[in-house]
Design a protein around this ligand. Structure first.
Ligand SMILES: Nc1ncnc2c1ncn2[C@@H]1O[C@H](COP(=O)(O)OP(=O)(O)OP(=O)(O)O)[C@@H](O)[C@H]1O
Ligand SMILES: [Mg+2]
Length: 328
């Protein structure tokens, strides 16, 4: 399921082993990319061709990838594939059986998507964290250590960890959320934690599924934000994902933007990758887009809706970079 740790685990494996291969490629967040860009990345990573030098891929390029796949020891990770892309990608990677030295890891939320494309003998279901691991992860985000629980919080920590049901993303978001309340006095904090636990359990009651717990934990953290931070969160969910942090800050252009963004980072709601780009977990992004849709002043991120609104002149340009839709 979403947030269980597929990307984290496959990234770790990739970093541990890719140097043992002649060529390697990590195709990240595949779902949000198109097949042409993915093929170009494969051409770059496996055949050494500069991505920008390739306008349109031709048959020779594909052959080149295929030959490399067959003749070299290759390691490819395709993260979070969906039914739209699996067909094309499995054709490009059609070296299975021909080259036993190479390896491909594909992650997906749904086994059904992979059936018929890949040999499922090597399938691995990422397990939920056990109690000890879950506790460590939660403490890391809440108290910034993995061992010590603050005095007086022992029982409530146990209960919250249990309610997160071993889901790393829930533990991380709840930990970040509760950490932000460290400055309050102990009694107020305990009350606050109890309130959070109650809300988390309400999610569980919806249909008892782990997806509800995950969404509930993400929602609790979002609802607690002040309005400017909520706006910033929705901006990132809708259109600033992948944008350079410094450019986004210039667009927001307010004195408090840096502080607000820091607060989102502290809560693990937003991260900045090694290239300085803003990133958000796709579960959080989906939740943000859902909330944005419900808002009166709607943000438009879907290209189809964008085009339609432009044609109907429902778009107001507020700065050179920042478009938003007014409910006219
Ligand atoms: N074993 C782990 N130890 C510590 N943190 C983890 C672990 N696994 C996952 N996480 C944390 O949990 C969050 C969710 O993990 P990840 O993004 O890998 O999930 P996913 O299964 O790829 O989700 P999705 O299907 O939505 O892409 C990440 O922010 C990551 O930091
Ligand atoms: Mg993932």
């Amino acid at each position: 399921m979403g947030g269980i740790g597929k990307t984290t685990l496959s990234k770790k494996i990739y970093h541990l082993f890719h140097e043992q291969y002649d060529k390697s490629s990590f195709l990240e967040d595949v779902k949000s990319k198109n097949i042409e860009d993915l093929k170009k990345q494969l051409l770059q990573d496996l055949c050494g061709r500069k991505k920008n030098n390739v306008e349109v891929m031709n048959g020779d390029d594909l052959k080149h990838i295929e030959e490399t796949m067959i003749s070299k020891k290759v390691f490819v990770v395709i993260d979070d594939v969906d039914e739209k892309l699996i067909n094309d990608l499995s054709k490009v990677l059609a070296f299975q059986g021909k080259n036993r030295k190479s390896n491909v890891i594909v992650t997906c939320r749904n086994w059904g998507v992979l059936e018929g494309h890949l040999d499922l003998n090597g399938r691995f279901e990422v397990p939920y964290l056990n109690k000890k691991q879950a506790m460590e992860l939660f403490l890391l985000h809440t108290f910034h250590n993995t061992k010590q629980v603050e005095k007086g919080f022992e029982n409530i920590v146990e209960e919250i960890v249990e309610a997160c049901a071993g889901l790393p993303l829930s533990l991380e978001i709840m930990g970040g959320f509760l950490h932000k309340k460290q400055s309050l006095d102990m009694q107020t904090r305990l009350q606050f934690w109890k309130g959070a636990l109650k809300k988390l359990r309400t999610g569980k009651n919806l249909d008892g599924g782990k997806k509800d717990i995950l969404w509930q934990s993400l929602e609790i953290s979002y609802r607690d934000l002040d309005q400017p931070e909520k706006d910033m969160f929705l901006d990132i969910a809708c259109y600033f994902g992948g944008l350079k942090e410094i450019i986004a800050l210039q667009i927001w252009d307010s004195e408090s933007s840096t502080l607000e963004l820091q607060n989102l980072k502290d809560r693990s709601l937003v991260k900045v990758n090694k290239d300085g780009n803003l990133t958000m977990h796709d579960q959080l992004r989906d939740m943000g887009r859902k909330f944005a849709k419900e808002e009166e002043e709607n943000r438009i991120w879907d290209p189809k809706t964008n085009l339609q609104n432009l044609q109907e002149q429902k778009v107001v340009i507020t700065t050179s970079n920042y478009y938003f839709f007014k409910n006219l």
